[in-house]
Write a protein that binds this ligand. Structure first.
Ligand SMILES: C[S@@+](CC[C@H](N)C(=O)[O-])C[C@H]1O[C@@H](n2cnc3c(N)ncnc32)[C@H](O)[C@@H]1O
Length: 262
């Protein structure tokens, strides 16, 4: 771990790196959208920015008919170390792993056909990142931003039942802000906004396990004893609403923004 990784959010990703893929749900639907969007296009070079352990890019490559060169980019060494452990180089003829901020990409101008960023944009400086996306994508290249808006966050099980969850999570970008930032970047145009809704089911124990293990970085904004009190409140809120159900069911929402470099 480097000194910069000791700040709360980098430290969080260092702490969760080894267990990250087990803690988080991988949604196949946004990957389906990517496969559909890329079919028939000439895609030789891609980047996954804020790739973490690389799980979405790996899933996409599994599903694409051909294997482009891939740049995995993240500012956290421990997430990238986990990616190195998980990757099977035989599945990937060409790739590199770049320890770099999203706002200063070590990639040449116009060198990418496609860029994705999944569950990460709320950590980035928007204008810096979009400037770099516009610089590194070739004209006609596509950027896919997968995220959730604050209102989507509020409607999920954590937003509705976990004490202070939405008040603590101040980083998510509102739709207008995100679309406005893309519009203000030179040469980027929003082509599509796709909303996703996922039916989820889990036991209360499993949800509590996820919160204690901070599957969302939002939980870093709780002091340790505050987090324990919030977990008790969460359990009480769920029992009051769902009664004695062993398995709880709810909907999670996300959005994909498809952007073209014109
Ligand atoms: C919630 S994780 C998502 C990881 C992966 N995209 C996924 O969906 O599984 C966010 C990732 O963004 C990275 N990150 C945060 N700020 C960053 C920045 N400014 N530049 C590059 N990576 C960043 C973190 O280190 C972390 O790995």
């Amino acid at each position: 771990m480097t000194p910069s990784d000791m700040r709360p959010i980098p430290h969080h990703f260092s702490a969760v790196a080894a267990g990250y893929n087990d803690l988080r749900t991988l949604d196949p639907e946004p990957v389906d959208l990517l496969v559909r969007s890329l079919v028939g296009l000439s895609v030789a070079s891609m980047a996954d920015v804020g790739c973490g352990t690389g799980r979405y890019m790996v899933e996409l490559l599994r599903r694409l008919g051909h294997k482009p060169f891939v740049h995995f980019v993240d500012c956290n060494q421990d997430m990238l170390a986990q990616l190195r452990l998980d990757l099977d180089p035989l599945d990937l003829p060409g790739f590199d792993i770049l320890h770099s901020p999203a706002e200063r990409l070590p990639l040449p101008d116009g060198s990418l056909d496609c860029m994705l960023t999944f569950n990460a944009i709320h950590h980035f400086d928007l204008l810096g990142f979009f400037r770099e996306a516009a610089r590194t994508l070739r004209p006609g290249g596509l950027l896919f931003v997968y995220t959730r808006f604050p209102d989507q966050n509020e409607r999920g099980i954590w937003g509705q039942y976990f004490p202070s969850f939405t008040a603590k999570e101040k980083r998510l970008y509102h739709e207008e802000h995100l679309i406005g930032a893309i519009g203000s970047a030179r040469n980027l145009v929003v082509r599509e906004l796709t909303h996703f809704s996922f039916g989820r089911a889990a036991t209360l124990d499993h949800l509590v396990h996820r919160a204690r293990n901070k599957h969302y970085s939002t939980f870093c904004f709780y002091e340790p004893d505050e987090l324990e009190r919030a977990i008790e409140g969460f359990e009480a809120n769920l029992k009051e609403t769902f009664g004695a159900f062993v398995t709880l069911e709810w909907e999670d929402e996300n959005v994909m923004i498809t952007v073209e470099r014109v």
